[in-house]
Design a protein around this ligand. Structure first.
Ligand code: SF4
Ligand code: SF4
Length: 306
């Protein structure tokens, strides 16, 4: 019979840090986010587009059999991917957390093999807040979550679990101590959305908010801001907590000239050749198909390739 120590040991062998919480923490975390929205602490557009949609408590009910909530910090490095163009190739960077599928499958397979008696089901919800409230992670001034020994090269996952957890380490959100005397992220942010006067960044001005959405119109932003295929790394790149961790790891995925050209106008995944679909899905970039062509063009422009 697997114990918590056994489960944590298996996860640790894959570089994953984890904590156990009581299952009702998921509902509490969702309610906390919605209360922040109601108090006007989050930007209205972000609240409507994302927070109120994905963090409704009823969207992630704890199954009857769940006796705990397992929250994990899974290594997620900066990655790179190669796009071939007729006149020169482009190596595009993908920030942490976007490529999550392979890690999720690897952890699921490991747990199924090593802990077959433990019942787990994926629990979508405010995983960053769960990690911060559990003490697994600390917030940085840039609202990115950091884990000791991993910096912000980390993605968070939560699973309802049938191992019992009667007491947990649920507490106040904590911040990186060095933020008090640093401020490098605020100085580096091109859109100045990290505000000294409030904890929550102005996410509606964030480059990520612009380039992840078709209607975000990042083409109206200064061209030198664009430096990743999606998202933004400026504030994580300068953070001393990430020193030595920012070198992109090649994903091994190469888009041929023909595939790159077809991405320029692609909007429907099912219309693409199977091999190209597979590459996009491996990178989880199929979720951003409607912005990839535009973002690639912005990136080429920013790097002087066109
Ligand atoms: S750059 Fe400095 S202020 Fe910003 S999150 Fe990192 S340590 Fe904190
Ligand atoms: S991700 Fe980019 S735009 Fe957003 S807060 Fe960080 S530096 Fe600013």
């Amino acid at each position: 019979m697997t114990s918590w120590d056994g489960l944590f040991s298996v996860l640790g062998s894959a570089g994953v840090k984890a904590v156990a919480l009581r299952p009702e923490r998921m509902r509490e975390a969702c309610e906390e986010i919605l209360e922040r929205c109601a108090r006007g602490e989050t930007d209205p557009e972000i609240s409507e587009w994302y927070l109120k949609k994905y963090f409704r408590p009823e969207a992630t009910p704890a199954p009857e059999w769940a006796s705990s909530l397992l929250v994990m910090a899974v290594p997620s490095p900066v990655s790179s991917v190669l796009f071939e163009f007729g006149e020169g190739n482009l190596v595009a960077t993908i920030p942490p957390t976007y490529i999550y599928g392979e890690g999720k499958e690897r952890i699921s397979a490991l747990l199924a093999e090593q802990c077959p008696d433990v019942r787990l089901v994926f629990a979508p919800g405010p995983r960053k807040l769960l990690a911060a409230r559990s003490g697994l992670a600390r917030y940085g001034r840039n609202n990115v979550c950091y884990v000791e020994g991993m910096g912000s090269m980390v993605g968070f996952a939560a699973f309802f679990c049938d191992l019992p957890c009667e007491e947990d380490a649920w507490g106040e959100v904590r911040f990186l101590e060095r933020c008090a005397s640093c401020g490098a992220c605020a100085r580096s942010c091109p859109s100045k959305c990290i505000d000294e006067d409030r904890f929550v960044i102005h996410a509606d001005h964030c480059l990520t908010f612009a380039n992840e959405r078709k209607e975000g119109e990042p083409e109206h932003l200064p061209r030198e801001w664009h430096h990743t295929l999606v998202g933004c790394l400026h504030c994580q790149a300068v953070c001393p907590e990430n020193a030595g961790r920012m070198k992109p790891i090649p994903s091994g995925v190469v888009f041929s000239g023909e595939e790159t050209a077809s991405l320029a106008t692609a909007t429907d995944l099912s219309s693409l050749p199977e091999v190209l679909r597979g590459k996009l899905q491996r990178l989880n970039m199929d979720e951003y198909l409607d912005v990839l062509g535009r973002n690639l063009s912005l990136l080429r422009n920013a790097t002087g390739l066109c």
